[in-house]
Ligand binder design. Structure first.
Ligand SMILES: C[S@@+](CC[C@H](N)C(=O)[O-])C[C@H]1O[C@@H](n2cnc3c(N)ncnc32)[C@H](O)[C@@H]1O
Length: 509
């Protein structure tokens, strides 16, 4: 069976193109998670046809050619399709050369049978270094289309790639963001890209430079979200929430519309669509440029209701920060499982249970920290705090898991908060118990959880995400404290109480 036939047949019937034959070593080294055919076709169909005789395309990290094949096949379906398609393809792993070139030759024959010439240039080199050089020479604005499924790998600060990118003003937390940032520089005005990447860039401070960079000269046209975390790359067990996004090289315009598409999985059998203004996805006043993706009318309504709350965290005189203690950086003799003399409670996510802090724990790796000159400034004064886990597990019902630390339960002058927790505080100290309880109730509400998921696609809860929430007033929080219960699962009463407060500010008819 030829690759063209394979490409139109079911996902399971072909082999080489899905990367199942790649060695684990190469797969991991180069992030070779090839795009399944149905997803590649779906991505290719997102592009808007251009009435041109000749078009140019880029596929950085081409692999076995999945995306290029889907793109070209789709172009041939356009009314008045071009008669020439020129492609620039990058790949770092030369071991794919033989199969890739075979696939491309078949694609060329297929194009010829439709009266179209398909020419490609294949570069076996690092896309990042090569692009930085090109961009420095001013070789930009070349392509009509870019389609990409880039490698997903953390960018190591100070690495060769990181330095090169910073040299042209790109600050990237991950390779995938670097690939998209570079790619869009290559687009001509009105050129388009479609990318499939993790959803992690939508929020958080690490990806803020990327979000801002994309806004400089492109705007989003479509987002597609999947419900299932594993679905698109289920064969490869990529445990990331994945997103497909489509953008155009045009000035950012908050009034323009974006399609928000959503399906349970990559069969796309139940794809739903809603049209939202760009300003409803990235709020014009948001300094963090968070991308909030509302999948349906219910989420939109919930988002409107939470956004109607009257206060920022600053307005209520509170702040939230990441715990300052990084266990392995402390002197090892200062940290212990046992509660020893002159030590203070060392609290981390394990100690957060059912809306409270349970300390000490027999099964905790550590419970105590000794305070000395080396670390006193990282300990916090005795007081009431709300601690939030920075990582929730997939099994946990909610993303925001919090607990009230009640000063009166402990006879210690200081507390140590681990870096895997966030802690709410007032000027780095504690605050009124009633407010901590009310805050914990608010953060535990189902509505807040749904709202949180509209902008956070991963199980990590960043302090910046918590800062970006809208909050009720201090008096509302005091009122909410009556629903606080650290002994039983009272989700219903939490939800009822929080709904009552929200209703005050957003009255739906
Ligand atoms: C996630 S795979 C996607 C492959 C193909 N585009 C697809 O959708 O099936 C990423 C590809 O990028 C290649 N790659 C990784 N790092 C690269 C780099 N620095 N420059 C060029 N290609 C790279 C990998 O070898 C791999 O084939």
């Amino acid at each position: 069976m030829s690759i063209i036939d394979l490409h139109v047949s079911t996902e399971n019937s072909f082999n080489e193109i899905n990367g199942n034959n790649r060695s684990i070593e190469l797969k991991e080294k180069y992030e070779q998670y090839y795009t399944p055919t149905n997803i590649a076709n779906y991505m290719a169909a997102m592009f808007k046809p251009k009435k041109k005789k000749s078009i140019t395309m880029l596929d950085p990290g081409v692999g076995m050619g999945s995306l290029t094949i889907a793109f070209v096949r789709n172009v041939l379906e356009w009314d008045n399709h071009p008669v020439e398609i020129k492609a620039l393809l990058y790949e770092i792993d030369e071991t794919v050369k033989f199969r890739l070139e075979e696939n491309l030759s078949e694609l060329k024959e297929y194009c010829l049978s439709h009266g179209v010439t398909f020419q490609w240039e294949l570069k076996f080199t690092d896309f990042i270094s090569d692009s930085v050089e090109k961009i420095l020479r001013g070789d930009i604005d070349i392509f009509d289309y870019v389609i990409l499924n880039p490698p997903y790998r953390k960018m190591v600060s100070g690495s060769k790639e990181d330095d090169e990118l910073r040299g042209i003003g790109i600050q990237s937390a991950n390779y995938y963001a670097a690939f998209v940032s570079l790619s869009k520089r290559y687009l001509k005005q009105h050129g388009e890209y479609v990318a499939i990447t993790p959803r992690s860039f939508c929020n958080g401070v690490y990806f803020l430079p990327y979000r801002k960079d994309m806004e400089l000269d492109t705007r989003y046209l479509d987002f597609h979200l999947f419900d299932s975390r594993t679905s698109p790359f289920s064969k490869d067990q990529v445990l990331q929430e994945t997103i497909i996004y489509h953008g155009i090289k045009e000035i950012w315009d908050s009034n323009k519309y974006v399609n928000v598409l959503h399906s349970t999985d990559s069969s796309f059998s139940d794809t739903s669509k809603q049209l939202l203004k760009l300003e409803e996805i990235v709020y014009p006043s948001d300094a963090n440029r968070v991308i909030r993706i509302l999948r349906n009318g219910d989420e939109k309504q919930i988002s409107d209701r939470i956004n109607a709350l009257p206060c920022t965290l600053k307005d209520i005189g509170l702040d939230v920060s990441t715990g300052p203690i990084v266990g392995f950086r402390e002197k090892s003799e200062n940290i212990s499982k046992d509660v020893v003399e002159n030590s203070y409670p060392y609290l981390y996510s394990k100690h957060i249970k059912n809306g409270a802090i349970v300390w000490p724990l027999n099964d905790a790796k550590n419970n105590s920290i000794i305070g000395d000159d080396s670390n006193l400034k990282r300990l916090r004064n005795r007081g009431n705090y709300v601690l939030v886990k920075r990582m929730s597990s997939k099994e946990e019902r909610r993303r925001i898991i919090c607990g009230v630390l009640k000063a009166s339960d402990y006879n210690y002058e200081y507390f140590g908060f681990d870096n895997k927790t966030n802690y709410y505080h007032r000027n780095k100290s504690g605050f009124e118990l009633e407010v901590t309880k009310g805050l914990c109730v608010f953060l535990s509400a189902s509505l807040v959880d749904i709202y949180f998921r509209t902008f956070s696609g991963h199980t990590q809860v960043n302090a910046s995400d918590l800062k970006s929430l809208r909050y009720p007033t201090i008096n509302d929080l005091k009122e909410l404290s009556s629903a606080y219960d650290d002994e039983s699962d009272n989700q219903d009463s939490i939800d009822r109480k929080v709904e009552e407060i929200i209703k005050k500010y957003h009255n739906q008819d």
